[in-house]
Write a protein of this length. Sequence first.
Length: 289
Amino acid sequence: MPRPIKKGLDYFPVDTNILSDLKVRRIKREYGAESFLLYMTLLCDIYANSFYICADDDYLFDLSEQLQMSESKVLEMFLAMVKIGLFDSRLFQKKRILTSASIQKRFFSTKTKRVEMFDDEEISYLLEKIEFHKTPVIEPKTPKNEGLSTQSKEKESKEKEKKTTLTSFVPETSERERWEIWKKELLADEDWRASATRQSGQGIGFDVLLPAKLDEFCDFIISCGEKESVKTQKDFVRRFHYWLSYHGTKKEARAAEKRKPRLSKVVEMDRVGDVSLEIAKQILAGKCS
């Protein structure tokens, strides 16, 4: 039996100025050193596989366990990397494939590869013309519906119908859907709930109102047209506490003030007169004694 062909690499070159790369600096400033660790882990997995990797739900789960991060945090950093151009956005949106033109150039310049090692599906992931050693130029192929076999059409149809939790997290996802995920995580965090309850000044009963308050906060952001100010979960938490301090608890205070009966000026004057008369009586009684 012939030995299986290894497509991946045992090692790959890394630029010495990688930490000075503008895209790497942006992701580090936004998410800290953990984002750089994730990026290097992705590069290792990509080159070990070939020149790409499929970022499906199973891979997302493996990364979260390996790096001891939540799946939502790993996914959020995925999207940020795609957005700033560390990975190709078109392939990620359509096929959940993580790769880039620079990754592919580095891969094919490192080790001699033969065309036979890659099938038509993999060749379609190529972003630029790649010249294999002693082989013709291979151009990215765009799948065409004409002439496809029945089996190929069924496979394509199943891929379109396949839905996973990752699908809702591509860059086109609405802000409200991302907020729902952050809300669930915050409500599941007992320390955060306790802190938010203390800051509200409404007592421990405020904990029950937190889900509704988070919904009110989301409505407030949308109505003010400030969705662009809530791009990360950190922004979401910061804006929520600000809103809670200046808007979120005022409604109850105004309602309580409205429920309190207000006395008329005549009644208030009568009460003041009664108090003054009682004081005068006490003074006179003291003098007489």
